[in-house]
Write a protein that binds this ligand. Structure first.
Ligand code: SAM
Length: 172
């Protein structure tokens, strides 16, 4: 079981990336995303996508990310290029539910200290969206790729060419 905490959302510059964090969390098997700050736009988009495409994903904004970290019952994995290689720690992280924490701008020192694991997806600088995707894929061992999202309005019909969707009612 996985949840995601998006730290330090800045509405004036992070709307698109935070939205992608939320949608990536949902698509790759997390149950919830918590957006630190005034992230009502990305949270609204995540809820709308869930309504349309199904699944039980939950999205909210939080005023105290530190409380989310402290109250989480499981392993807190802060994704950072300075962390231990994901491939070295993922078996231990997987022993418990995980809260995957990703930053936007500079990440405060308390996050490094209070996380159970600081995890690098490579030790090169890149993107919170890419880091989250690889981390969740490693955490779920690929099983998230088989997930079905029940209860939505539409689903994609996988296709080698073209773009096909069907309403869920038609597919039953
Ligand atoms: N400049 C910020 C700092 O020094 O803390 C990092 C900004 S980075 C664009 C945004 C987020 O992407 C980071 O907080 C981290 O969660 C994630 N990230 C970037 N590269 C990563 C890596 N190699 N491994 C894991 N997470 C990474």
């Amino acid at each position: 079981r996985a949840e995601v905490l998006r730290l330090g959302h800045r509405p004036e510059r992070d709307e698109r990336l935070t939205t992608h964090v939320c949608l990536t969390a949902r698509a790759l098997g997390a149950e919830a995303v918590h957006v630190d700050g005034k992230g009502t736009g990305p949270v609204g988009t995540a809820r709308e996508v869930t309504r349309r495409f199904g699944g039980g994903f939950e999205a909210d904004t939080v005023g105290s990310p530190r409380s989310v970290v402290r109250d989480f019952d499981g392993n807190v994995a802060h994704l950072t290029m300075y962390g231990e290689p994901v491939q070295d720690v993922i078996d231990d992280v997987r022993e418990e539910p995980v809260l995957a924490v990703v930053g936007a701008g500079k990440v405060d020192g308390w996050v490094y200290e209070e996380a159970d694991y600081n995890v690098g997806v490579t030790n090169q600088p890149h993107s919170e969206v890419a880091a989250l995707a690889v981390f969740l894929h490693e955490y779920f061992g690929g099983e998230e790729l088989e997930a079905r999202f029940a209860g939505g309005e539409v689903e994609v019909v996988p296709s080698a060419s073209g773009k096909e969707t069907r309403s869920i009612r038609d597919s039953r």
